[in-house]
Design a protein. Sequence first.
Length: 183
Amino acid sequence: MNEKNSVRMSDAAVRAKTGKTWPEWFKILDAAGAKKMNHKQIVAFIKDKYNLGPWWQQMVTVTYEQARGMREKHQKPTGYEVSASKTITVSLARLYKAWSDKKVRAQWLADADYTIRKATPKKSMRITWSDGKTSVEVNFYEKGDGKSQVTVQHGKLANATEAKRMQAYWKKKLQGLLTVLGP
């Protein structure tokens, strides 16, 4: 990925929060030798030299890594991670049951045989995916007026191809969930 075709926060927005534009940050980090640093070293450099909070330290570092081809979209230290979400006009309890009850789940997610490691009713689930290697975090939110939202984060994916495949998978499955639970 290069600077010209990457999608990121605007220069105006980053300048408003950090005092510098992306080209200024890239010039600073290039001069500091960040192309040869790992993620933690770049964050440490920014932390030591500039008065940015932790979120901005990460934002500047990840954006730099992506712009310099050191990190791909969806890439994390533990592999690749994708997310998807869907708001559905059902109660939070009904949405949660669509994940926790095998019979209901079979109507929209029949191809998955996962293990729930931890569940907090109507709030979240931590799942070991059917491959036994990747991890899925599911969070549930009440949105008022009989609406609820589910967000899915699938992490520890092996590569960008797998990340793209699973993102498409989750979008399709959440659409199927909407069809099963819809009005």
